[in-house]
Design a protein around this ligand. Structure first.
Ligand code: GSH
Length: 192
């Protein structure tokens, strides 16, 4: 929530700070990560940094670039939804958001399906373990379509069998289930 300050301690020296009013964010935007007294902004930069700190990054520069590429695709979808949600004409807004759900996001799901078919040998987007590539795509699909629910699968994914199986695999990871059940995101008013 903008204007209030919340800290979630992840490790002794890693704190998430959601606050623009505290003046910690150099750009005034959220989220902000404070680490060892210094700050990082930009959600996907924070994501890859925290992942690297916690053994959730793929091995090697090329695989990390692939993870950043997937995070960039999600970032574009988030920006698209934010922009369409700001449309002031209610009818145009509804049409634009419906187009997002029926055309733009399914198109990207087709890309994720192809990416998995071409790259995934172990059931995850990259390499043989869960990485931030899986986390960023899963979190987007789960929060946008299922509003953080730990059960089920977004209806849209049923047209993409490999992506569906991947979603189920990520969803049932014990730590993902624990996170969804114990810290469900507050998505009130969010379009993603
Ligand atoms: N590209 C940035 C976008 C950040 C952003 O738009 N943050 C919003 C909240 S979700 C914000 O701080 N809005 C208030 C503002 O821009 O002043 C990221 O991914 O972190």
């Amino acid at each position: 929530m903008l204007g209030t300050q919340t800290r979630f301690e992840i490790e002794a020296n890693v704190l998430f700070v959601h606050s623009s009013s505290a003046g910690i964010s150099p750009s005034g935007q959220l989220p902000v990560l404070e680490f060892d007294g210094k700050v990082l902004i930009e959600s996907k930069v924070i994501l890859s940094f925290v992942a690297k700190e916690h053994n959730l990054a793929p091995e090697g520069n090329f695989h990390q670039a692939q993870a950043d590429m997937l995070a960039g695709v999600i970032n574009d979808l988030e920006n698209m939804l934010t922009a369409r949600n700001k449309e002031e004409d209610p009818a145009k807004k509804e049409e634009a958001l419906e187009d997002a759900d029926k055309v733009v996001i399914p198109d990207k799901c087709g890309y994720f399906e192809k990416f998995l078919l071409a790259n995934s040998k172990h059931g995850f987007f990259i390499g043989d373990k869960l990485t931030y590539a899986d986390i960023v795509v899963f979190t987007f699909l789960n929060s946008h379509f299922l509003k953080g629910k730990p059960e089920g699968i977004p209806e849209l994914l049923k047209a993409f069998p490999t992506l569906s199986a991947w979603y189920e695999r990520v969803r049932t990871q014990p730590k993902v289930q624990h996170w969804l059940k114990t810290s469900p995101p507050d998505l009130t008013g969010y379009v993603y």
